[in-house]
Design a protein around this ligand. Structure first.
Ligand code: HEM
Length: 436
């Protein structure tokens, strides 16, 4: 029997936490597309690049457990309830099929009006204040949009109550008991769940009686393969997961997107020309208008490439998987490096440079190699919120850039901090000035 080559032993560079993309691309150069890092208790593996992404996300996806990856390895567990990220196999397929219609492109224009109302109110407030931390402000904005469009909550006190509960649930995640049963932790978790149920159950019951167009309204009418509806507990688990997966991520990408654009006056001028050509004197953009804005869309893809809010996707390896001359052993913990893949020199020309035209014909660097751009994952488990997030971000950028100039406040320490998700560690302060 052929002997498999040992997976190279690697070492994470010093700038791994703050400059992860270039750091991981160097690891790729030093060790190749797969390497292992000795951890405290266990070893874990990194894979980098389109070939590895294709294996994890497509050809061998059944061998890699997302539930183990996000649940056990990254600790997104029982405090949230069950959602897509904590499911694999048939159960995942079933639930994904039930959730898909709420995120279908055709349905998104239903959400756009709510998004635009919240965006306009928020930006009016930013303008009055003149200087804002776009990261912090985007956090409030994306939460309000998600709470209304997904969970069907009313603006004002309901959204505020949900925001409070949600941040307490996330705090609980940071205090997950390492071993055994921590009675206080479980009591706290049960209390928060009771409050969540109090808030969401009337919404669920109202939709059971009369379905609505928000995501919750669509989910209560969904049926599994046995024709059964989702229970209230399952619905709440899905809502929590959608928010956790969609909130911090969109917030981080908005902040970087606006910041990158503010540094590129020539490209910004092209975005504005495109706006004038597509919108004319219409006051708001339709979903089709936003879809047609390719210059804007390419800049968003470039922000996704340079600052992907989820830097690595976690998986538990369920069975031995051959990869090149190696065997990835069952039981291993594995990360496919999204951000590392985005900085490989053989895929991306000058990867450290902001260059949205790399996504335009004739270059189209992303489509030359499938699974090169994976900021939203890929394959059947691609981010369910990808179109929702892109619509929201494009709607915000379109409204802002049409009416305001954005300038970063000088002297800031603007840096990304990479962890389970990646966020600008000190926020990003921007000044808004009205356009002539
Ligand atoms: C800029 C915004 C976003 C980014 C960068 C992002 C990124 C990702 C990535 C990389 C994955 C795949 C993770 C993996 O393979 O392990 C994913 C999955 C997922 N995302 Fe997003 N996401 C964003 C917004 C959203 C939004 C707005 C929602 C919901 C409203 C959402 C819900 C989900 C869910 C439920 C999954 C799991 C899908 C499944 O396993 O079937 N995401 N996202």
């Amino acid at each position: 029997m052929a002997r498999e080559a040992t997976i190279p032993l690697g070492r994470l560079p010093k700038d791994y936490r703050t400059n992860m993309g270039p750091a991981m691309a160097r690891c790729y150069g030093d060790y190749g597309p797969i390497f292992q890092i000795p951890g405290l208790a266990d070893h874990y593996l990194f894979v980098i690049g389109p070939e590895a992404n294709r294996m994890v996300l497509h050809t061998h996806r059944e061998a890699f457990s997302t539930a183990v990856g996000w649940g056990e390895i990254l600790g997104l567990g029982e405090h949230l309830g069950q959602g897509l990220l904590s499911m694999d196999g048939v159960m995942h397929g079933d639930h994904r099929r039930m959730l898909n219609p709420a995120f279908a492109v055709g349905h998104l224009s239903e959400y756009l009006q709510v998004m635009q109302r919240i965006i306009q109110e928020a930006v009016t407030d930013w303008a009055v204040r003149g200087t804002v931390d776009v990261y912090e402000e985007a956090r409030k904005l994306t939460f309000a949009i998600a709470a209304e469009t997904l969970a069907g909550l009313s603006p004002g006190s309901e959204v505020a109550a949900f925001a409070r509960l949600y941040s307490q649930l996330l705090e609980l995640r940071n205090a997950v008991p390492v071993q055994g049963r921590d009675v206080t932790w479980h009591l706290r978790r049960d209390q928060l769940w009771e409050q969540l149920k109090e808030l969401l159950t009337p919404k669920i019951e109202a939709r059971r009686a009369r379905p609505t167009d928000d995501a919750l309204g669509m989910l209560v009418t969904a049926r599994d393969r046995e024709g059964q509806p989702l229970s209230n507990e399952q619905l709440i688990g899905h809502m929590n997961t959608l928010l956790v997966a969609g909130h911090e991520t969109s917030t981080s990408l908005i902040a970087w997107f606006l910041y990158l654009l503010s540094l590129e006056p020539d490209y910004l001028a092209r975005i504005r020309e495109e706006q004038v050509a597509i919108l004319g004197d219409h006051s708001t953009a339709t979903a089709e208008d936003l879809q047609r804005m390719k210059t804007l869309g390419n800049a968003l893809s470039e922000a996704e490439r340079m600052y992907p809010p989820i830097p690595n996707g976690a998986r538990g390896v369920l069975v031995d998987v051959p990869f090149r001359e190696h065997i990835i052993p069952a039981g291993a913990k594995l990360f496919y490096s999204i951000v590392g893949s985005h900085y490989l020199k053989d895929i991306w020309k000058e990867p450290e440079r902001f260059d949205p035209d790399r996504f335009a014909p004739p270059r189209e660097e992303d489509t030359q190699t499938p699974y090169a751009l994976v900021g939203f994952g890929g394959g059947p488990r691609t981010c369910i919120g990808i179109n929702f997030a892109k619509l929201e971000i494009k709607a915000l950028a379109t409204h802002l850039l049409r009416h305001w100039d954005l300038t970063p406040v000088p002297g800031q320490d603007i840096r990304q901090r990479y962890d389970v998700s990646a966020v600008p560690i000190n926020g990003i302060q921007m000044r808004l000035t009205p356009r002539a």
